[in-house]
Design a protein around this ligand. Structure first.
Ligand code: UDP
Length: 406
């Protein structure tokens, strides 16, 4: 288990000392996180890293996962897609089923927290329990809310407005609601298996294991197999590049237990990839942190060609490794990439292909983008900043003033 003291060499003493001071003030209160999956995707990734560090700081913190059957997760994925402005049909029966499962969880979960910290839409309706038990309720939204489907948003809004505070990841996600809203961007853990330094030999062995040639450029996207991550668009961009320059493409990812669409998307990707021996579609297990780390470090360029995105942790992970990143200008990605300085922002398949060619032809420029990206992540998106923001948020719930400065 990584100890908090080990972050001192990365972020400096002052930041760690401040975390101890803030944590002391919240001792005596229990924070209970609730989400819908223990593994896979950004939320689980963040909770897995933050909770042990909060515990080390002496904060009482727990994590519970709601239970749902496949039908529930199909519906909650549709809701997720609708909030990301994708066109989906969701019937009233489905919304009722979604609420039934939330209600059942509300009856079964032991609500031991003074602060109930609910993540994302899947468990959002647990708030109905508040009438009975009171407490402080925070809804933490990790998804892009800039253009949600109106009907689904108005359905969800009636629950969200019952929370004490709502947390969004990026300024553009803020909504016109009566609840107090604050902005906290997510983070990565520089010392996790996903992000820590790795010996070059290990990186070589991972590439060798998959039969990927490190002598040739490697373009990589790490993501769950999800339409919104546009893996098929990535293959099309690669094909445009491949006409002019020899390179390989790696699409690596697994599933999340709350995402039932993965298999279908993987099938579509395999069909699009056909028999191209330079396309590597890697289906990873949830525990593949070191492999992902090695794939990111050993790649020439990292892509994140999402059509919609929450924050885009994979972008932070790649930039932290000083990699040149080409990513869509969606969700929280523009917070991380200043176009032409800490990476490249694109909007189309053609734009992505153009920039892949540019960066492959100009490795010095690509290197500079990666170096600037690493500094930007270090200053803004590491786990220590995130813990500080959460501690301030928890403390703010016990103050009378309405305005929170983070
Ligand atoms: N990830 C993983 N295994 C996979 C695919 C993704 O561990 O097969 C990780 C990835 O490294 C990142 C997180 O899951 O830490 C994905 O977060 P992001 O914000 O990029 O997207 P989300 O999946 O939450 O939409």
């Amino acid at each position: 288990m990584i100890k908090l003291g080990e972050y001192r060499k990365i972020v400096g003493d002052e930041i760690i000392d401040e975390l101890h001071l803030l944590a002391d003030r919240i001792s005596g209160k229990t924070i209970q996180n609730i989400n819908s999956t223990a593994v896979g995707g950004g939320v689980a990734e963040i909770l897995t890293r933050i909770i042990p560090l909060l515990k080390e700081l002496g904060v009482n913190v727990g994590w519970d996962v709601i239970k749902g059957d496949e039908k529930f997760f199909v519906i909650s994925k549709k809701i997720h897609n609708a909030l990301h402005s994708a066109r989906v049909e969701i019937t009233d029966d489905e919304l009722n089923y979604f609420l039934d499962v939330n209600q059942k969880n509300a009856e079964e979960i032991d609500f031991y927290g003074d602060i109930i910290f609910v993540h994302d839409p899947q468990p959002a309706a647990l708030i109905e329990k508040r009438n009975k038990i009171g407490r402080n309720w925070i809804w933490r939204c990790h998804i892009d809310f800039s253009n949600p489907n109106k009907r689904i948003w108005s359905f969800l809004k009636s629950y969200i407005e019952k929370y004490d505070t709502v947390v969004f990841s990026a300024p553009t996600f803020g909504r016109d609601i009566s609840t107090k809203q604050i902005l906290i961007s997510p983070s990565i853990d520089p010392l996790s298996e996903k992000n820590r330094d790795l010996p070059e030999k290990f990186i070589d062995s991972v590439f060798e294991g998959y039969g990927i040639d490190r002598e040739k450029p490697v373009i990589t996207q790490i993501s769950r197999f999800d339409y919104l991550k546009d893996p098929v668009g990535v293959i099309r961009a690669y094909r445009l590049v491949k006409k002019h320059m020899d390179c390989q493409l790696v699409l690596a990812g697994g599933g999340a237990t709350d995402d039932p669409e993965g298999k279908k998307v993987l099938k579509a990707v395999m069909e699009e990839a056909k028999q191209d021996k330079d396309i590597f579609v890697l289906h990873l297990s949830p525990a593949s942190h070191l492999e992902i780390n090695a794939l990111q470090r050993g790649s020439t360029i990292i892509l994140q060609k999402s059509l919609r995105e929450g924050f885009g942790l994979t972008v932070s992970e790649a930039l932290w490794k000083a990699k040149p990143v080409i990513a869509s200008a969606v969700g929280g990605i523009p917070l991380q990439i200043i176009h032409g300085y800490s990476g490249i922002l694109t909007h189309t398949i053609e734009g992505t292909a153009y920039w892949i060619k540019q960066l492959l032809s100009d490795p010095e420029y690509a290197k500079k983008l990666g170096e600037n990206g690493r500094e930007h992540i270090k200053d803004n998106f590491l786990i220590t900043r995130h813990i500080r923001d959460y501690l301030l948020l928890f403390l703010s719930l016990y103050r009378k003033e309405d305005i929170v400065y983070l």
